[in-house]
Design a protein around this ligand. Structure first.
Ligand code: ATP
Length: 605
């Protein structure tokens, strides 16, 4: 099948996040994931609001204590102090209760809706057409996605509640200060617009740099993934040094970007500290003067100072929240872009609904099929292929490397659609079938069989999810796999894949054949393994394939001509065209024929 080198795929160019109405609307759209949990979410919001309001009573009561204490010094009773202190303790207890509730609720609601979002994103991702994957680096996509989802998680669980809390403190604080002394409030508010403007400007810049740093980090993650995936190649070429250099350069670019961001952030923090504490000092100084002039009481000044720290804290937090929000918008944009892509099939939870498509006969016709890979426009790979296979026929596709055999099979599987011409299945254009139903009646035994981490039984059942143990065993018997599976101490429960045992090439093929038998397809695709097996496994596999091919239309991509002698028809493809077609005997008889040349080459070997 198609292979990709690591350099032929362009990185994903993504639009920059802007904090405007449109992007905010997009973020809000993701909030529909909160809808199923809106009851709990609203309750949490209410609790948060209540606890923020209670926070606001704290400076007020603290001021009252001070005033009561001052009155006591002037000869009053201490009862006021005691009462207020008790009241404060009571309020703190209630506030603690509210806080427990909202912290837990936000986490619960946030995580639950995030699980939904992750599931949907994944469902969409795996349903996307091959063109999508051909145009992107898959490692980058995966790491980006997980980073973006973590960012969204942060938004739901921290940023949003913080936003509500800080807004309440800010507005409430300013209102309460204003009720005490308008003069002081005016002084404090002078610094507010300055802070806001600076915060916005800084925020924009940091966002841009943070984004760049994230991109650079994603690049390095891609390098790691590619290297580990191809670790055998890396070692075989002794290219550890080369990979390390590549990674090191990537890290260097990441470090430059991230440090630039760090410098900016540091400057931002320094400014905020200076401005915030500066405004507190200013208020303190004016307050002290008002107190001297007898315009306010000690208690009022205390209230004032405490409210000012609240308001200042909220302002500082706002700047931080603003930049977080911008990051979240960037993240949601990418996730939403993905969710907006149209999948070719619909992946859904639970058992697959039964197909309404009756069993196909398996007549396949390629009619003047031309094809150009969307990722390589301008280079036509198939130039007008005509080919007809009737139900139950065995068709071998042979031809030199790069001729277009795998491409033809990709079209049959509808991984791509022809650029021109038609693919007819049972006389109907393949595009008129529901994709999942069509593929449900096809099966492929690939060259390199990839087993999933899991038991052998699970791997065979991949052909028919939900198959019974008997069905699995029967398929394994027909695929000549039962014997070797039985020989393992754990039998069908033997784990394979990364954490399990490693099966030999021939054994993996038989598992794949069992998988295909279990699926019972009308159309079968065999991509013959290029590596030769010993004659005993070869015989077992050949036998199993015979069973499998029986009564199905089979396409065999044959690399070794010895195996195609008995097929109904051999199609020779060269340079994206069908150049010869017929039985082994017929093709061998063509003087100067491509097949004859290929055969001569192979049999000499
Ligand atoms: P082999 O026997 O080596 O597997 P093949 O006959 O199966 O070869 P294809 O894999 O179909 O050949 O490739 C046919 C042509 O299409 C080649 O020139 C190849 O470079 C090109 N090609 C294959 N896959 C892609 C792809 N995803 N994007 C762009 N071009 C591709």
């Amino acid at each position: 099948m198609a292979r990709y080198s690591r350099n032929d795929q362009a990185g994903v160019e993504l639009p920059k996040a802007k904090l405007d109405r449109e992007s905010l609307r997009q973020v809000l759209e993701l909030f529909r994931y909160l809808r199923p949990y809106r009851g709990r979410f609203s309750a949490a919001m209410a609790a948060l609001f209540a606890s923020s309001l209670l926070s606001l009573s704290f400076p007020y009561l603290a001021g009252s204590i001070v005033d009561a204490a001052v009155r006591h010094n002037q000869g009053g009773s201490l009862a006021g102090v005691d009462r207020t202190a008790l009241l404060l303790m009571g309020i703190l207890a209630i506030q603690a209760g509210f806080s427990y509730f909202h912290a837990l609720s936000f986490a619960t609601v946030g995580q639950r809706s995030l699980v939904d979002l992750r599931r949907d994103t994944y469902a969409r991702l795996i349903s996307l057409p091959m063109t999508f994957f051909a145009e992107r680096r898959v490692g980058e996509l995966a790491s980006r996605l997980s980073a973006d989802l973590i960012q969204i998680e942060d938004t739901l669980i921290t940023i949003l509640p913080q936003f509500l809390r800080q807004s309440t403190l800010l507005v409430g604080g300013i209102a309460l200060i204003a009720a005490t002394s308008l003069k002081l409030t005016g002084i404090m508010l002078v610094s507010l617009p300055v802070l806001t403007v600076v915060a916005v400007v800084f925020g924009r810049k940091t966002r841009k740099i943070a984004r760049e740093a994230q991109d650079r980090l994603a690049d390095t993650a891609t390098i790691v993934e590619e290297t580990l995936q191809g670790i055998v190649n890396v070692k075989a070429f002794a290219n550890e040094g080369y990979e390390l250099n590549r990674y090191h350069d990537g890290l260097g670019r990441f470090l430059t970007a991230t440090l630039r961001g760090a410098r900016l952030r540091a400057a931002f923090i320094a400014f905020i500290i200076f401005a915030l504490f500066g405004s507190i000092v200013l208020v303190l100084w004016s307050g002290a003067r008002l107190l001297q002039q007898g315009e306010i009481t000690f208690g009022e000044l205390t209230r004032f100072i405490l409210y000012t720290t609240f308001v200042a804290g909220a302002m500082g937090q706002f700047a931080e929240l603003y930049s977080q929000l911008q990051k979240a918008i960037g993240a949601t944009q990418r996730v939403r872009e993905l969710l907006r892509e149209t999948g070719e099939v619909e992946a859904r939870l639970g058992p697959t609904p039964p197909s309404t498509l009756p069993r196909l006969r398996g007549d396949v016709v390629f009619e003047q099929v031309h094809f150009t890979y969307p990722s390589r426009q301008g280079v036509e790979v198939l130039h007008g292929i005509n080919l007809a296979a009737t139900s139950g026929q065995r068709i071998a596709l042979v031809g030199p490397s790069g001729a277009g055999k795998s491409t033809l099979i990709s079209l049959l599987l509808r991984l791509y659609d022809p650029s021109a011409g038609h693919l007819l299945i049972d006389g109907r254009d393949a595009r008129n079938y529901r994709l999942a139903e069509l593929r449900g009646q096809m099966s492929m035994v690939p060259q390199e069989v990839l087993l999933f981490g899991g038991s052998i039984a699970e791997n065979i059942a991949y052909g028919k999810p939900g198959a019974s143990a008997e069905e699995i065993e029967q398929a394994a018997r027909q695929a000549n796999a039962h014997e070797f599976v039985q020989a393992f101490p754990d039998g069908y429960a033997t784990l394979v894949g990364d954490r399990g045992i490693k099966l030999s090439g021939g054994q993996r093929q038989r598992v794949a054949i069992a998988r295909a038998i279990l699926k019972n397809p009308a159309i079968l695709i065999l991509d013959e393994a290029t590596s030769s097996l010993d004659s005993e496994s070869e015989r077992l596999i050949q036998e199993a394939l015979e069973t499998l091919m029986h009564g199905r239309t089979s396409f065999i991509i044959a690399h070794r001509l010895a195996t195609v002698r008995h097929v109904d028809r051999i199609i020779v493809i060269a340079g994206g065209r069908v150049v010869e077609s017929g039985t082994h005997e017929e093709l061998k008889a063509i003087d100067d024929g491509v097949y004859r040349r290929l055969a001569a080459l192979q049999f000499r070997e």
